[in-house]
Design a protein around this ligand. Structure first.
Ligand code: SAH
Ligand code: SF4
Length: 365
């Protein structure tokens, strides 16, 4: 293979066709591509050395042509509720997090797509970091491979691939890193990979309207939208992205989003005490979503040090929920998982890493 750019390609992040081209360029038989791909994405091999039935000569040739992303586990925190938060270190020393959430009928990983986030929502800890860089496809998918392997190692879940569901709700705005996200989704849904069902994969966005359209056209996965407000004035103040793509445009893109077989769009709504949690907000939310195949996920605010918000009282959460239910909306209150280990929504900021506001000094890079 001719490598014209200075960057050595990452074997972990190559699309299937790329692996096939690489194998062909090395003069190998086509079936080697499938073998390699399965080692990378089904077995989650950490090294070329693990690929014992791949001939030594081919492994050596690969080692000369490509690199292989395998995230290093920098930290692991286990919550009393079974949630596990991992901090991974990339090869350039950046820290990103994934959160494992076991439930009776599913084992979900919350996956990061960027180091930090440029969207800058005022209530989100990741948002206070600024964006350091996008994650590469290999760095996105390897979170799943390392988590699967570690879960088997810990004996907390059955192998070889314990994870059943993925939510792209970790650090970063997935649709601001669309190219890498798309490659990663293809790898994760591949039948020679970990074989996630598209019904079990959800991408969450703060509302990048053009990319919502592309996601709908180019992938079969589910959509979640972080709505968080019911008027443009309110949403402008909480989520700067609303100034670029206001509510009407966002909801129009949602109406056009292909929803197959009765599947619905999840609208996430962070309840900020005294800010967006009134019954009037609930009524406005119901009317905004009228006619949409929607379900609402209420997320009581998880307090973050230094951010000027507070959680609503429990009674307010219930009242808000009931107001929506009375208007025939499906609504659930998201459980606060892993709060004792700062693994809950909006609390991901790679503790101790660059940009962690809990660490001095605060820096965006
Ligand atoms: N950037 C994407 C994906 C991250 S998901 C997005 O915003 O959709 C992170 C989710 O957690 C979003 O729904 C966001 O609104 C929510 N969130 C952020 N900070 C929070 C906090 N402090 N408490 C509760 N939820 C929060
Ligand atoms: Fe970024 Fe999502 Fe946090 Fe907003 S809520 S700052 S889009 S990660």
């Amino acid at each position: 293979m001719v490598i014209s750019h200075d960057e050595t390609p990452d074997l972990r992040g190559l699309p299937r066709a790329g692996v096939e081209r690489l194998v062909a360029a090395l003069g190998e038989k086509p079936y080697r591509a499938r073998q390699l791909f399965r080692w990378l994405h089904r077995a989650g091999a950490a090294t070329l050395g693990e690929m014992t039935d791949v001939p030594r000569a081919l492994r050596d040739a690969l080692a000369r042509e490509v690199r292989l992303t395998t995230l290093e586990r920098a930290n692991e925190q286990r919550s009393t509720d079974g949630t596990v938060k991992w901090t991974w270190r990339t090869r350039d020393g950046k820290l990103v997090e994934s959160v494992y959430m076991p439930e009776a009928d599913r084992r979900t990983l919350c996956v990061s797509t960027q180091v930090g986030c440029a969207v800058g929502c005022t209530f989100c800890l990741t948002g206070t970091m600024g964006l350091a860089r996008n994650l590469e496809p290999g760095e996105i998918v390897d979170q799943i491979h390392r988590a699967n392997r570690r879960l088997v190692e810990l004996g907390v879940a059955e192998g070889p691939r314990p994870l059943t569901n993925l939510v792209f709700m970790g650090m970063g705005e997935p649709l601001a890193n669309y190219r890498s996200l798309k490659v990663a989704l293809d790898l994760l849904l591949s039948e020679d990979g970990p074989q996630f069902s598209h019904r079990h994969v959800t991408v969450s966005t703060s509302g990048l309207v053009p990319m919502i359209r592309r996601l709908g056209e180019e992938t079969p996965v589910k959509l979640a939208v972080s709505l968080n407000a019911t008027t443009d004035a309110q949403r402008d103040a909480l989520m700067p992205i609303n100034r670029r793509w206001p509510l009407a445009e966002l909801l129009a893109a949602c109406r056009e989003f292909p929803v197959r077989n009765g599947r619905r769009i999840t609208f996430e709504y962070v309840l900020l005490g005294g800010v967006n949690d009134s019954l009037e907000d609930a009524r406005r939310l119901a009317s905004l979503l009228r006619g949409l195949p929607a379900k609402v996920n209420l997320i009581p605010y998880n307090a973050n040090p230094g951010l000027p918000f507070e959680a609503p009282p429990a009674s307010r959460v219930v009242a808000f929920q009931e107001e929506l239910a009375a208007r025939h909306l499906t609504v659930v209150v998201r459980k606060n998982r892993g709060r004792d280990i700062s693994a809950a929504c909006g609390q991901l900021a790679a503790e101790g890493g660059p940009g962690d506001p809990r660490r001095q000094p605060v820096s965006a890079e």
